[in-house]
Design a protein around this ligand. Structure first.
Ligand code: ATP
Ligand code: MG
Length: 348
């Protein structure tokens, strides 16, 4: 039995999660994988249900899971709430020690026209962002007194080492290279970052390494995304660059992500948020959630064949021209999911 914890969350979270889980269920049935799905309240939905965005029972279930699937959290409903849905997400990441966030983005062959970049620039872009997720400015001490405020950015050698190892391992698997992004001409944390990354690189002689300043990297991502393979970077830079990168394939609704710690269960979620503006209308793009489910199969459960099947079915649906509203079409969230499962069944 394989226990998969489902946290549908808020906004479009439940809609896109439903489509992704149905794909996993289909594969589990066919290959006799014994998946057991267990749904738990999380985020705003959990605040409504029990006054806490990360209930103790949800955290306990996550700790004991084989893998965790998250829809999305947050929304205007809780903007003025005493507890915020996002606090639940940061709490869960930190409780499970999920220090590495993997965000792959690529332009699908034949779908270059979906990219806002010129098709020629976008062709061949296939980038994995490895973002440090539990350090840096997001977790440093803050002061906000009157007219002066401070956010402290701290990194230790150990924190940089462990995320660098993740990036070099991933680059090795892809047969690619690492571009480490920092601001080492200015920031002390970036100078340390660069030294440590150089040290770690010595252990991976087969993986090439280059360094870029974050401002130059932002430019290059738009001008020539094909020059990148694995981008290794700290928390804030990774947040910004991966949102920028998310649209080169066509829509933020297309991409999935994985978060991992030293050991323990991994968590998988689409990179988009709860999109309250389109929640409940059955028009959200479930592709990012389905791509996350494929990552769950491959990275979370070690089932690369089934992951490839799901990815192929997903790509085929897009290549066949089925498009949700974010990509200019009129396919429904549920309809898109059903089409993916139809292609999947045809391959079984
Ligand atoms: P968060 O703070 O959680 O990252 P956000 O407010 O930054 O959330 P999203 O919720 O990702 O942003 O939404 C940004 C825009 O993208 C919205 O207009 C939303 O409708 C659109 N969007 C996001 N996800 C999807 C999706 N899966 N399908 C279609 N449109 C989407
Ligand atoms: Mg966002």
């Amino acid at each position: 039995m394989t226990k998969i914890i489902i946290l549908p969350g808020d906004g479009i979270g439940p809609e896109v999660t439903r489509e992704a889980v149905a794909c996993l269920d289909l594969l589990s049935d066919h290959f006799d994988l014994g998946f057991r799905f267990e749904e738990h309240p999380f985020g705003g939905a959990a605040i409504d249900a029990c006054g806490d965005p990360l209930p103790e029972s949800t955290l306990k279930a996550c700790r004991n899971a084989d893998a965790i699937f998250l829809g999305a959290v947050g929304g205007p409903k809780w903007d003025r709430a005493e507890k915020r849905p996002e606090a639940g997400l940061l709490g869960l990441r930190s409780a499970l020690g999920l220090f590495a966030n993997l965000r792959p983005a690529r332009v699908i062959e034949g779908l270059e026209d979906l990219s806002p970049l010129k098709a020629k620039v976008a062709a061949g872009a296939d980038v994995l962002v490895v973002r440090e997720l539990t350090g840096g400015l997001y977790f440093g001490a803050r002061t906000d007194e009157g007219e002066v405020a401070t956010d402290l950015c701290t990194y230790s050698r150990e924190e940089v080492e462990r995320i660098a190892h993740v990036a070099f391992r991933e680059a090795g698997r892809r047969g690619g290279k690492v571009t480490s992004v920092d601001k080492a001409n200015v920031l002390a944390t970036s100078k340390l970052w660069r030294r440590v990354v150089e040290d770690v690189a010595a252990q991976y002689p087969d993986v090439a390494l280059d360094h870029m300043y974050v401002d130059a990297a932002a430019m290059a991502l738009v001008a020539a995304p094909g020059r990148f393979d694995v981008i290794l970077t700290e928390n804030l830079f990774g947040d910004i660059l991966s949102d920028q990168l998310s649209v080169i394939g066509g829509s933020i609704g297309l991409l999935g992500s994985a978060s991992r710690g030293e050991d323990g269960p991994m968590m998988f979620e689409p990179i988009h948020g709860s999109a309250p503006d389109i929640a409940g209308l059955d028009i959200a793009n479930p592709a990012g959630a389905i791509a996350s489910a494929a990552m769950l199969l491959e990275l979370g459960l070690g089932l690369p064949e089934q992951a490839a099947m799901l990815n192929n079915a997903l790509e085929q649906v897009l290549v066949d021209g089925v498009r949700t509203a974010d990509l200019g079409g009129d396919a429904r969230c549920s309809g898109f999911g059903a089409q993916v499962r139809e292609r999947l069944e045809a391959r079984l």
